[in-house]
Design a binder for this molecule. Structure first.
Ligand SMILES: Nc1ncnc2c1ncn2[C@@H]1O[C@H](COP(=O)(O)OP(=O)(O)OP(=O)(O)O)[C@@H](O)[C@H]1O
Ligand SMILES: [Mg+2]
Length: 250
């Protein structure tokens, strides 16, 4: 397994946001993570990417214990993620945002000392340019903050890919995308997986999840209530009940 979570938990006061979740993601697959609003999906990702401190449990990545590593150390090991709300450097250009993402890969202490200013070289610029092309982002010199929302979301993915990850975690990447953009996102994920990338996809767009994921885990109130193939998940009465319950509450 590339990523293994073993009984990981996180509480916020009285809220058990993530409760003893086990997860095993095999290399080269798209693994879906779904669940009603507030189920704990983003919190789980924040634990895996080191953006939140874990209360209990263990996380292994590529065979090594990474449970309490900081975000930049996890990036260096090959975990990249996007954020549910766009978190770009809006005053920097599109290209600069990708270059910052590329640098995240090198932010180990040793490299920081060797290369304190971290000036991007020509190879950095070339590979950033290729990534922008791949994501269909045509204006490298535009300010990120001036892009349409769907383009900003794609730039987030480009920035995450710039760190050359082995695992890419996408937190609702299609939110705010139109159907054509979301179909292109699906194609991109397929191509990336064919190249050996592993993806964890959090998504409310059922069609995107069902059309992309090999396995799907379902969270509800912080707990994993089901896991299986998309077909199994769609047929699961437990899952249906969880979603109906949340609609009643809304
Ligand atoms: N920083 C925080 N402080 C306090 N409570 C939080 C914090 N982050 C999340 N929570 C709570 O933890 C629970 C899980 O939230 P989380 O954002 O992980 O859910 P989610 O599945 O990503 O939901 P959504 O589909 O709406 O994005 C919710 O009850 C939420 O209110
Ligand atoms: Mg969320």
């Amino acid at each position: 397994m590339l990523l293994e979570c073993d009984g990981i938990s996180k509480r916020f006061g009285g809220v058990h946001a993530v409760a003893e979740v086990d997860l095993a993601v095999a290399p080269g697959q798209v693994f879906g993570l779904i669940g009603p609003n507030g189920a704990g999906k983003t919190t789980l990702v924040n634990l895996i990417s080191g953006h939140l401190r874990i209360d209990a449990g263990a996380i292994r990545f590529a065979g090594a214990d990474v449970t309490r590593l900081a975000p930049h150390a996890l990036t260096a090991r090959g975990i990249a993620r996007t954020f549910q709300g766009v978190r770009l450097f809006k005053g920097l250009t599109v290209l600069e945002n990708v270059l910052v993402g590329r640098h995240a890969r090198m932010r180990s202490d040793v490299l920081r000392r060797l290369w304190p200013r971290g000036a991007p070289d020509r190879r950095d610029r070339e590979s950033a340019g290729l990534l922008l092309e791949r994501l269909g982002l045509k204006r490298p010199q535009a300010l990120a903050g001036e892009l349409a929302y769907g383009d900003q979301r794609r730039l987030e993915i480009a920035r995450a890919l710039a760190s050359e990850p082995r695992l890419l975690i996408l937190d609702e990447p299609a939110a705010g995308m139109n159907p054509a953009e979301s179909a292109r996102l699906r194609e991109l994920m397929r191509a990336l997986v064919a190249e050996g990338l592993t993806i964890v996809l959090i998504e409310h767009d059922v069609r995107l999840v069902m059309g992309t994921c090999e396995r799907v885990a379902v969270l509800n109130f912080g707990r994993k209530i089901a896991e299986g193939t998309p077909v199994e998940i769609q047929a699961s009465p437990i899952v249906r009940e969880a979603y109906l319950g949340s609609e009643d509450a809304a």
